[in-house]
Design a protein around this ligand. Structure first.
Ligand code: ADP
Ligand code: ZN
Length: 616
């Protein structure tokens, strides 16, 4: 372990291991197998990279995603690690050179795609090279039920027998306990130690806001809090993606689009630009994201609600991999509930599928409607107990809870009376108009101004009624008939509610943006890990921007993404400490010997010149 710590400091520039890393490293150094479950950004890669450098022989890394492999290898080379990959993008000559280097023992880490590894040629090569360990990344790809299933992963099981005595480590960020067991059996990890970290992502601030005009809300959010930052905006449909990207661009925000309807060339180039350029916003359907390892995504926005908490957690998890403050922001409204319910009803899946899908949707709806800490809810869903976090909208500005029993009764009676009087159902707008006593052309046409429920809800505004309605639908106390003009219909549960004496507590809707109220609580948020950095003084921010410009220039020259040179966290720390000597620079986490050698002088000059260098 002493050697592992030495490598961690010298090569990676980190003062110590985090969380479960030390335990995993120790187990691998002792030759044992590991299953590592850690959330995105927890530092899974160091778990095998460090032991691969300490143990004699080649560290073999199986990774399903070619783009990701290239990034990792570039980043390792920056650190002076002898790393390479073998995949289908290479010329035969290039691959042969890497194979020769492996045979001569000149490589510390070799990344291969599973289909490549399973070729006779590659297995024969590995027979000739002593192996330090075998790491299987994204190990949940072995699960036939998950959407990332890769059949080749199932063929990795015999590796243990083929390379006896070589420790294996399987890693994933998927929280689901069933997948966990599928990995163990699928990869035949018999004597495995399980390392399960908390799935909390403390640096992500969760916010779910009432949907009113989502594009305008998004623009305001980006303008006010995320200007110039990289982010992903998820939309449900291709059209919405296109419209939203265009709207952002019209407002001067550099946005790119990504969905399955674009040709492969456009998709690849947009993805590349998102990775390589600083501060781009990617507007996408959920087709985008798997294998996006960009560490400095500062926000993930959902304009439409995902269909399950698993999806929400996975998508929002792409924010803030570097551990710096990040936001998960979502707009949510009645249309989301209706839309998702309709997708389930119209799906071709069987009875069981629908039941499971409906249960998952209900959990997602409960998360959206909760007045308690979002993080507690989220972690509870994955079987983890937690306490209120201080870094979600509900903690920062606790929403009101109000007794909505009377309001709900009024609304349901109104739906009932209107149908009874006219023999057909009516939509949300009309029902709200009756409740509020609006004597308009439509109410008069149906004679609804004569209903006993006309005007019984005049004390509440339109905004509040929409919120009541949404919550009733979310809780199944009211249904929307999507086959028939989105009319509102009572359900068995509504009838029971109208008969019974059960009280109904509802979430209060603030018209005011959360941010305005949360400012006074900023001090509290800043004490949480990952939430710091929101309040750096202007001169630090100026230095940070200077460093970012410098990094962008270097990354362009080198043809690598900016984060391969330095992560934001490292630049921020340099900006804060403003080091004047290499020793001070070396004391910053993330600056090892190789980086000090390559960039130390430039960084010191950049931090100690009087005038900021003009942007290039
Ligand atoms: P994962 O693969 O689990 O998503 P990464 O391996 O990409 O996470 O690491 C996430 C971030 O955490 C990176 O910026 C990495 O440099 C940083 N990191 C990992 N381990 C440590 C450590 N022990 N000390 C400081 N930073 C670390
Ligand atoms: Zn909270």
């Amino acid at each position: 372990m002493a050697r592992a710590r030495e490598v961690l400091g010298r090569v990676f520039g980190h003062p110590g291991f985090r969380g479960l890393q030390a335990a995993v490293v120790e187990r691998l150094l002792g030759g044992g197998d590991c299953l590592v479950l850690m959330p995105t950004g927890a530092g899974k890669s160091l778990c095998y990279q460090v032991p691969a450098l300490v143990r004699p022989g080649l560290g073999l890394v199986v990774s399903p995603l070619i783009a990701l492999m290239q990034d990792q290898v570039e980043a390792l080379r920056e650190l002076g690690v002898r790393a390479a990959y073998l995949n289908s993008t290479q010329q035969a000559g290039e691959a042969a050179a890497i194979e020769r280097a492996a045979r001569r023992g000149e490589l510390d880490l070799l990344y291969v795609a599973p289909e490549r590894l399973l070729t006779e040629r590659c297995l024969a090569l590995l027979d000739e090279c002593p192996l330090a360990l075998i790491a299987i990344d994204e190990a949940h790809c072995v699960s036939q039920w998950g959407h990332d299933f890769r059949p080749e992963y199932l063929q990795l099981a015999p590796l243990g027998r083929r390379f006896p005595g070589v420790p294996r480590i399987a890693l994933t960020a998927t929280a689901d306990p069933r997948t966990r067991e599928e990995i163990v059996t699928g990869l035949d990890l018999t004597d495995v130690h399980r390392f399960v970290a908390s799935f909390d992502r403390p640096n992500i601030r969760y916010r779910i806001v009432g949907k009113d005009n989502p594009q305008r809300q998004l623009l305001q959010f980006i303008d006010a809090e995320m200007a110039g930052q990289a982010g992903i905006v998820y939309c449900a449909t291709r059209n919405r993606v296109e419209e939203t990207a265009a709207a952002l661009n019209r407002s001067g925000i550099d946005a790119l689009a990504y969905h399955a309807g674009l040709d492969a060339g456009t998709r690849a180039s947009n993805q590349q630009r998102f990775l390589q350029e600083d501060g781009r916003v990617m507007v996408a359907t959920i087709a985008f994201g798997m294998g996006i390892d960009k560490p400095d995504v500062r926000f993930v926005a959902h304009l439409d609600m995902p269909r399950s908490i698993e999806g929400y957690y996975q998508e929002t998890g792409r924010a803030g991999r570097d551990g710096e403050p990040a936001q998960a922001w979502m707009t949510y409204g009645l249309a989301d509930v209706v839309q998702q319910r309709r997708l389930i009803d119209q799906s071709s899946g069987g009875e069981t599928f629908r039941r499971v899908a409906a249960a998952r949707l209900d959990a997602m709806l409960a998360l959206a409607e909760t007045t308690d800490c979002r993080r507690v809810r989220l972690l509870e869903y994955f079987g983890e107990a937690a306490t209120p976090c201080g870094n979600c909208d509900n903690c920062l500005a606790p929403p009101e809870r109000w007794d909505g029993t009377d309001a709900a009764r009024k609304l349901l009676s109104c739906v009932y009376r209107a149908r009874q009087a006219s023999g057909i159902g009516f939509g949300a707008l009309h029902v709200i108009a009756i409740l509020r006593g609006q004597d308009n052309e439509r109410t008069r046409r149906w004679g609804h101004e004569k209903l006993s429920t006309f005007g019984i809800g005049a004390e509440l505004g339109e905004h509040t009624w929409r919120s009541v309605l949404r919550q009733l639908v979310a809780q199944g106390l009211l249904a929307v008939d999507h086959e028939n003009h989105q009319t509102l219909e009572l359900t068995a549960a509504s009838r029971e509610f109208l008969r019974g004496d059960q009280r109904l507590w509802l979430r209060g809707e603030s018209a005011e943006p959360v941010r305005a109220r949360s400012r006074s609580k900023a001090g509290r948020a800043a004490t949480r890990p990952g939430a710091e950095g929101l309040s750096d003084p202007p001169e630090v921010l100026e230095r940070f921007e200077r460093l970012r410009r410098w990094r962008l220039e270097r990354s362009r020259e080198r043809g690598v993404p900016p984060y391969v040179i330095f992560h934001d966290a490292v630049l921020r720390e340099i900006a804060r400490r403003q080091p004047t000597t290499s020793a001070e620079l070396a004391g910053i986490s993330g600056i090892g010997t190789a980086k000090l050698e390559s960039y130390g002088d430039e960084l010191l000059r950049l931090m100690n010149e009087d005038e900021p260098s003009p942007p290039q």
